[in-house]
Design a protein around this ligand. Structure first.
Ligand code: FMN
Length: 389
């Protein structure tokens, strides 16, 4: 794939973001859209307007985060992984966990992700997700959490290709033909040749059955988050599957890294995970670079404040005024990375106990405008959350 590359380095004009096509783009990004037709991404019948998508992130990619990602430029987003049995046990309107099945008009297309052990449970759970409004069903063969592996879920399936392929087959057979089924995988249980062979057996089987795309995280299950994501493996996967859609994952902490992954590996799309938590602007930044424009400046302090308010309102709608605080504390900590005084603002979010404490931070630390900064990511803080049970 030949991709236009924007000039690295931002302008510092600090103007408010404009909206194009329902997407909030920074000033440089919006003018950039006329420079070149940005590449698009296909997931079966679903055509996406951009190649950067919001990854599934347990503990984070709830409805508010997904809506923020879409409003700020993500082409598509995925909900937090859900256990098949948990989905089947949900009773409409009853449970405090009902928000996991919340899908609204503005976020289409949106993917729902399933994890489980028993192939027989996957089909009915997938139908439930389609009924809830999810447009794509993604199957998790990647989660490396010990408890999850111990229950023969997630990454465990990379050790048993025939079961993994059966799961894809059952989901494909259960949901309507126009609903794409996709698979998320790590690149194996470990880095042995046997593990690699099993990975390709699953991938070949999944595409043979009719999977519309795979997302590959270039780390093994055993590796968890230690060491870099292996982008050479992603390149090998793309070369192996040819025209089938491959979305790459791993170490996408900046727009430049996303463009580099596309160029170095040939994958069709990029799945931004930790790099998008508290940084929805990354999606517009990728769009800008791929359109041949300069990297937009990081959001100003006031732009950050506005996004924090917007995110808080979405969380309030989802969890109610009393319960949205803990979620927004977690997100505030991540947004703080973009503030000119990241450590101080982070500590302020960490110390919040009430919604009033949280709002007071906006008054104190986000009142004066000024340039923001690109986030510096602490990769040691990564760990997959356990899916809801
Ligand atoms: C907190 C956290 C939660 C995650 N939850 C999920 C999940 O629910 N489903 C999934 O497929 N991957 C999940 N992942 C993996 C990410 O989607 C992604 O593949 C991985 O973080 C590598 O990308 P990165 O290095 O750019 O963060 C999670 C990762 C983290 C850090």
């Amino acid at each position: 794939m030949s991709l236009p590359l924007g000039r690295a380095g931002a302008t510092e004009d600090g103007a408010s973001p404009s909206r194009t096509d329902g997407v909030r783009l920074g000033p440089s990004a919006s003018s950039a859209c006329s420079l070149a037709a940005p590449p698009s991404l296909r997931i079966g019948p679903v055509e996406l307007s951009a190649v950067a998508v919001q990854a599934a992130l347990s503990g984070y990619s709830d409805w508010p985060m997904r809506v923020m990602a879409r409003r700020y430029g993500a082409a598509y987003s995925l909900a937090e992984v859900m256990i098949d049995r948990f989905v089947l046990d949900q009773r409409r309107g009853r449970s405090r966990t009902q928000h996991h099945l919340r899908v609204t008009d503005e976020e289409h297309p949106v993917g729902g992700q399933l994890i489980g052990a028993d192939p027989l449970q996957f089909g009915p759970a997938a139908v439930r997700l389609v009924d809830a409004g999810f447009d794509v069903i993604d199957i998790n063969f990647g989660c490396p959490v010990k408890k999850v592996l111990g229950r023969c879920r997630g990454g465990y399936h990379l050790s048993q290709p025939s079961v993994a392929v059966e799961i894809v087959e059952r989901v494909r057979a259960a949901v309507p033909g126009n609903v794409p089924v996709t698979v998320k995988l790590r690149c194996g249980i470990d880095d042995t040749a046997q593990s690699r062979a099993r990975f390709f057996e699953i991938v070949d089987g999944a595409f043979r059955i009719g999977a519309a795309a795979i997302t590959v995280h270039g780390r093994t299950v055993e590796q968890r988050y230690v060491g870099p994501s292996d982008w050479r493996f992603l390149r090998d996967v793309k070369a192996h599957v040819g025209a089938q859609t491959v979305i790459g994952s791993g170490d996408l902490f900046s727009a430049q890294a996303c463009v580099r992954m596309l160029q170095e590996t040939g994958v069709d799309g990029v799945s931004i995970a930790r790099g998008a938590i508290g940084n929805p602007w990354i999606f517009a930044q990728v769009r800008a670079l791929l359109a041949g424009a300069p990297l937009p400046p990081p959001p100003t302090v006031h732009e950050q404040r506005d996004a924090l308010r917007e995110h808080y309102q979405l969380a309030e709608q989802t969890y109610g005024p009393d319960r949205c605080g803990s979620s927004m504390k977690k997100f505030g900590i991540k947004y703080a990375r973009l503030h000119p005084e990241p450590a101080t603002v982070r500590d302020a979010f960490v110390a919040t106990k009430t919604p009033d404490d949280w709002q007071a931070i906006l008054g104190r630390w986000y009142a004066d405008d000024g340039p923001g900064r690109y986030p510096v990511v602490d990769e040691t803080q990564a760990n997959d959350h356990t899916p809801p049970v």
